[in-house]
Design a protein around this ligand. Structure first.
Ligand SMILES: [Zn+2]
Length: 249
C-alpha cells in the first residue's frame, strides 16, 4: 500500500512538473490563463508566424531552449508576478492615501493656480497669475462704494473692507488699508522700468495690484487693486451666511 502511494505521488509530481514545464513561458505571459489554454494559444500561433516570415528552423530552435530551463523560468516568473502584484497594490494604496491627504491638507499655491485655470476668465487669470493690469477705468469696482467686503477672486479669502475704500482718481479701486496685517503680502516689483511694491493675496499668492505711499490718512498707503482680482460681497449677505452657519452648528 505504502509503496503504491509513493509511486502514485511520484507519478503525480512528474506529471505536474511536465505540465508546468510545457506551459512555462505561455503561463508567464498570461498569468491568469489555465495551462492547457495558453499552451493551445502558443502552439497555434508559433507555426503560423514561422511559416510566413521565418524559416521553420527558428521555431525548432526555440523549442529545446524553452524545455531546458522551464522549471526555473516558471519559478522566476511566478516570483516576478507576485512582486508585481505587491508593487501594484502598494502603489494603489499610496495613491489613495495621497488623495485623502490632499482633501484635508490646505491647498498649495499650485493647487489654486490649477483651480483658477478652470474657473477664472482669461482676463482674471492674466492679472492674478501673470501679473497683468486691467485697463484704467474698466474695472467694475473702480467707482463702487457699497458697504461690504472684497474677497480674493482665486481663493475667497477676505482682503479689503469697503470702509477703507476711496476714490484715488487713478482708474483702479483704491484702499488705504488691507483687512488685516496678514491678508496681503508685498514684494518689490521692478518690472516695466518702475520701482513698485506688488500686492499679493497671502493665502494663494494671486497678484492683486500695487501699493504706493501716496494714500490718505490714517495710513498714507494706496492699495491700487485690480477689480478683476476681487469679488465683492455686501455685509448683509455675509452676516446672513454666518448666521446660517451658526444655526447649523
Ligand atoms: Zn487668494
Amino acid at each position: 500500500m505504502t509503496s503504491l502511494a509513493v509511486l502514485a505521488l511520484a507519478v503525480a509530481l512528474v506529471f505536474s512538473a511536465c505540465q508546468q514545464s510545457r506551459s512555462g513561458e505561455a503561463q508567464a505571459a498570461e498569468n491568469a490563463q489555465p495551462a492547457a489554454q495558453s499552451q493551445r494559444v502558443g502552439s497555434t500561433s508559433a507555426p503560423s508566424t514561422a511559416d510566413e516570415s521565418e524559416p521553420a528552423v527558428a521555431a525548432d530552435d526555440s523549442e529545446p531552449q524553452s524545455t531546458g530551463e522551464d522549471a526555473q523560468q516558471e519559478n522566476a516568473a511566478d516570483e516576478d508576478a507576485e512582486q508585481d502584484d505587491a508593487g501594484l497594490s502598494g502603489e494603489t494604496e499610496s495613491a489613495d492615501t495621497a488623495a485623502a491627504e490632499s482633501e484635508d491638507a490646505p491647498m498649495s499655491k499650485d493647487d489654486y493656480k490649477e483651480l483658477a485655470m478652470e474657473n477664472l476668465t482669461a482676463e482674471q487669470y492674466d492679472i492674478c497669475f501673470l501679473k497683468g493690469t486691467e485697463p484704467p477705468g474698466s474695472g467694475k469696482y473702480d467707482h463702487f462704494y457699497e458697504p461690504g467686503t472684497y474677497y480674493c477672486v482665486v481663493c475667497g479669502e477676505p482682503l479689503f473692507k469697503s470702509d477703507t475704500k476711496y476714490d484715488s482718481g487713478s482708474g483702479w479701486p483704491a484702499f488705504y488699508d488691507a483687512i488685516g496685517t496678514d491678508a496681503v503680502t508685498t514684494e518689490e516689483d521692478n518690472s516695466l522700468g518702475m520701482r513698485r511694491i506688488e500686492v499679493m493675496c497671502s493665502n494663494c499668492g494671486a497678484h492683486l495690484g500695487h501699493v504706493f505711499d501716496d494714500g490718505p490718512a490714517p495710513t498714507g498707503q494706496r492699495y491700487c487693486i485690480n477689480s478683476l482680482a476681487l469679488e465683492f460681497k455686501p455685509d448683509e449677505e455675509q452676516a446672513e451666511s454666518e448666521q446660517t452657519e451658526s444655526e447649523q452648528e
